[in-house]
Design a protein. Structure first.
Length: 235
């Protein structure tokens, strides 16, 4: 069964967007995954098709109503649908490669794209929405965040990447940032490819790549480095 993604959005026309190109787009055409978009506004009950209201307790902005969003979620998830329900939200758990791999190994996902100041907390609780963040910043809505999540997931689906090893040694897969890469020409503006990479000694090459990955992680992501060290200690 292919990975099935359902998007709930006030701007469904934003999809597939970049997901229709490159690896994800070709995989979509082949049927390796499917993409369904649903308009939340279709579940509005007034003639103005309103989906939001002022926040309880006062404050700026508007809040997406629980009853309307709940209706949209229920319509998109028939009984027996085991797909996780995700809400793209800056206050969610940071998306990492481990969670991406979990999602790629599942049947798909129902993804709610938030707008306005946020979503009524009651629909988050009653519809078991898992809040997911793609970074410590705020976007205009969850659509771009949903595209980021799906791009990360789709590339890990079986057959999407030409070389299965391509994903095994990337940044975060081993708990480290990825090592530097080089290709032709051998000389570029006075800089040469490191000699070890053209030595043919694969054991030394692997060791060099590991050391470079460790050094980059120490310099650029001390949080990952400390986690890596803690993991090695546990092992």
């Amino acid at each position: 069964m292919s990975f099935a993604a359902t998007i709930l959005s006030l701007y469904p026309d934003m999809f597939p967007g970049p997901l229709g190109a490159s690896l994800a787009g070709r995989a979509l055409e082949r049927g390796d995954w499917s993409l369904e978009t649903r308009q939340i506004r279709d579940h509005a009950t007034d003639r103005h098709r309103s989906v939001d209201d002022t926040p309880a307790g006062g404050g700026a902005g508007m809040v997406l109503r629980a009853d309307i969003l709940a209706s949209a979620i229920d319509a998109a998830t028939p009984e027996g649908d085991t797909r996780p329900r995700l809400l793209m939200s800056p206050r969610g758990r940071p998306l990492d490669q481990a969670r991406v791999r979990e999602l790629a190994g599942g049947p798909g996902a129902v993804i709610v794209c938030g707008r306005f100041e946020g979503v009524d907390q009651r629909v988050i609780e009653t519809r078991n929405l898992e809040e997911v963040s793609v970074g410590d910043y705020v976007l205009s809505g969850g659509e771009l965040a949903a595209m980021v999540l799906l791009d990360a997931v789709v590339r890990l689906l079986p057959g999407v990447m030409g070389n299965a090893e391509s994903g095994a040694f990337e940044s975060f897969e081993t708990g480290l940032l990825e090592h530097p890469h080089y290709t032709r020409p051998r000389e570029f503006e006075g800089l040469s490819i490191p000699g070890i990479l053209t030595s043919g000694d694969h054991a030394r090459i692997d060791r060099w790549r590991r050391e470079e990955a460790e050094e980059l992680t120490r310099e650029r992501r001390p949080d990952l480095w400390q986690r890596h060290l803690a993991g090695e200690d546990d092992a």
